[in-house]
Design a protein around this ligand. Sequence first.
Ligand SMILES: [Zn+2]
Length: 256
Amino acid sequence: MTDNARYFDRPLKYTEAEWQARIQLAACYRIFDHLGWSESIYNHISLRVPGPDQHFLINPFGLHYSEVRASNLVKVDVEGRVIGDSDWPINPAGFTFHGAIHQQIPDGHCVMHVHTTATLAVCCLEQGLSYSNFYSAQLYGRIAYHDFEGITVHMDEGERILASAAGKQVLLLKNHGPVVIGHSLAQAFSLMWLINRACEVQMASMSMGPVIDIPVQVLEKCSRNSLNFDPKYGAGEDAFAAMMRIVERKDPGYRY
Ligand SMILES: [Zn+2]
């Protein structure tokens, strides 16, 4: 056996489907870190484990995103109880709303949350997201808001977060940061990338002066025509695969 083969071997305690989900999610944590989206040891991305059980993978609480690997991701049930063994706990503030979303939205397979400066700054604005740039225009009609209730450690807030989302895939937690719900990890990533870029551009443009309004018909067209949502053009899968190759070149150690 070569060193590489041993490196990438699937531990027998995981099914092939779970192991692939672990590799994809670990790559995603490394991608977030590569993009500067990590936040010390905080924040979280969760992914449903394929199969009949309502099990989910989430980051070990205490490790930086750059330290997350396929085998140290923690498997939990819908209430955040650890399944199997783990050297690490999970962040209770993390799974409160992730669990509620995964439980109530059957195709909500992946939930992402960040505190990037641009997204959090826009979440603090009275007017919220301004549909005045190329990226936010693609999100027109796709955004919901949820009032700030403090740190999300209380189970009952999960239900209210779901009610606020009301079927939308991008939810801006006011004064806090965005939550994105994807049918797949790649789709969630694509939405998170869009909202982050939209907020970065908003922060830059609005700090320079008044922005140019975009007519509603144009916004609707942008949201409809966005290649980020079109399966014909990869719908996020291609973009995620490209990012995965970047972190692979930096450090393939996320795979074990
Ligand atoms: Zn948060």
